[in-house]
Design a binder for this molecule. Structure first.
Ligand code: EPU
Length: 433
């Protein structure tokens, strides 16, 4: 295997930036929701599977897309941006199955190149992926699934190497519906010999988006949107590049609903897919938000103080763990006591300390948080520890008297496309410095 990688420019982080929120609201107007980070990064990785120029639309302008673009450029897929919200990914056919550490360590989704590279090249060398700092995030299910398909793995010095002359179909049953493992095995199975079934597969809207992208390319996948996926392998020559619109980002959409909840007012979240957020919208309704979904998006009205609820995070169609920092922030100023249970990442409560600095009454015990609502938070300097926690700090700033200054903004930039501009456009008093 070649170990030399030509490095494309590594994306720089805006480490010094802060976001300053001075309360604001009631909100009014329209915000448009861009495409989902957790879909587009996987669509980008899947372009490794065949030669040619792919066009993706509704692409969010976020740092992770740029990092994935650099990673793919190092592998042999060149990315250009012909217009806002669009990227063209040109798979040159000269693929180097080596993913450089300095890019892989920055995003969890870099693991998504594993399946396509192994299926296409029969070998891959990859550093262990990075991403957010909320606890260990193993890849044992990815590895076990690919081993069942004929791959052999070795691990040394933080790198993994995998080889398989040709992957073959296998029957795989997950203990847990892992999003990343479902995606990796599915994209590998597209080019494997024979049929692969994945039982207890994840079925998030972003997985469906990837399935539809692969099917449009010529992959044979049955059971899309269910817990059992059946993939019949084809050859790379039977696949062709496609143009595809990225599914809207349900987490960004939820962020604007949460902002409206704590600031009050009435906004249209255009492009949001209510059907992808059904359980969350139900619970937001229980909190007192007035929600109307239509083909064009979600209309939300927040009149008066919301009510507390109890919530547990679960794989889709349950309440996503990525919504949780927003929910805890909403509960921090709701009427009553709410209990939030985290079932995916036990360590994902680090931002609670930051909320406490703003005067929130939140206590954590193991994977539970007890949130006793207060009428108003009070502004203070806080830190974004990861993408979702960072967005929650911005929402908390809208619920606070005085000034809230959020540092660690590069985390927010990884997943949010102009959060500040969008919130300002609906009346929030918010700036980036
Ligand atoms: N897990 C294992 N072994 C595996 C795979 C997963 O133990 O081989 C565990 C993880 O450690 C974790 C749980 O299973 O405790 C969930 O992992 P999953 O594989 O489902 O998540 P992921 O693919 O690593 C994606 C999103 C996350 C989101 C989760 C859950 C991307 C790039 N990331 O991660 O999004 O929280 O699904 O929905 O798609 C974010 O966008 O901020 C973010 C963290």
């Amino acid at each position: 295997m070649s170990t030399s990688v030509e490095h494309s420019p590594v994306v720089q982080r805006d480490d010094d930036a802060s976001i300053v929120v001075r309360g604001g609201g009631p909100l009014s107007g329209t915000v448009e929701v861009p495409g989902a980070k957790n879909s587009v990064l996987k669509l980008m990785a899947a372009t490794i599977l065949c030669d040619g120029a792919f066009e993706l639309t509704n692409v969010p302008d976020i740092a992770d897309v740029a990092i994935m673009g650099d990673l793919l450029a190092a592998i042999g897929v060149d990315m250009v941006r012909p217009a806002a919200g669009e990227v063209v990914l040109d798979n040159t056919g000269r693929i180097t199955p080596v993913a450089p550490f300095e890019l892989v360590e920055r995003i969890r989704a870099s693991i998504n190149v594993l399946g396509p590279l192994l299926a296409r090249c029969g070998e891959v060398r990859l550093s262990m992926p990075g991403g957010d700092d909320f606890g260990a995030r193993p890849i044992d299910m990815h590895v076990a699934g690919l081993e069942a398909m004929g791959a052999e793995f070795t691990f040394a010095d933080g790198d993994l190497e995998a080889r398989a002359d040709r992957l073959h179909g296998a029957d795989i049953t997950f203990d847990f519906p892992s999003v990343g493992a479902t995606e990796n095995l599915m994209t590998a199975a597209v080019l494997a010999d024979g049929v692969t079934t994945i039982d207890n597969a994840a079925r998030e809207p972003e997985i469906i988006d990837l399935c539809e992208f692969l099917v449009a390319m010529g992959a044979r996948i049955d059971g899309i949107g269910t817990s059992t996926l059946r993939i019949e392998g084809v050859t790379s020559a039977e696949l062709a590049p496609v143009r595809h619109r990225t599914v809207p980002d349900r987490i960004q959409a939820a962020t604007y609903l949460a902002a409206c909840c704590v600031a009050g007012g009435e906004i249209d979240v255009v492009g949001a897919r209510g059907d992808h957020m059904a359980m969350l919208l139900d619970r937001f309704g229980d909190m007192g938000l007035e929600l109307t979904t239509s083909d064009s998006g979600i209309h939300v009205a927040a009149r008066g103080r919301s009510r507390s609820i109890d919530v547990a995070t679960l794989p889709y169609p349950g309440i996503a763990t990525d919504y949780k920092p927003l929910i805890i922030t909403m509960l921090a100023v709701a009427d009553g006591v709410g209990i939030v249970t985290e079932n995916l990442y036990p360590g994902r409560f680090r931002y609670v300390e930051e909320l406490q600095r703003l005067g929130a009454d939140v206590r954590t015990s193991g994977h539970h948080a007890v949130v006793r609502g207060v009428a108003r938070l009070s502004g203070a300097p806080v830190r974004a520890h990861d993408i979702r926690a960072g967005a929650a700090m911005v929402v908390a700033g809208l619920a606070a008297e005085g000034e809230t200054r959020i540092s660690g903004v590069h985390h927010i930039d990884r997943g949010y496309d102009d959060l500040v501009g969008r919130l300002r456009s609906v009346g929030a008093a918010i700036d980036r410095t």
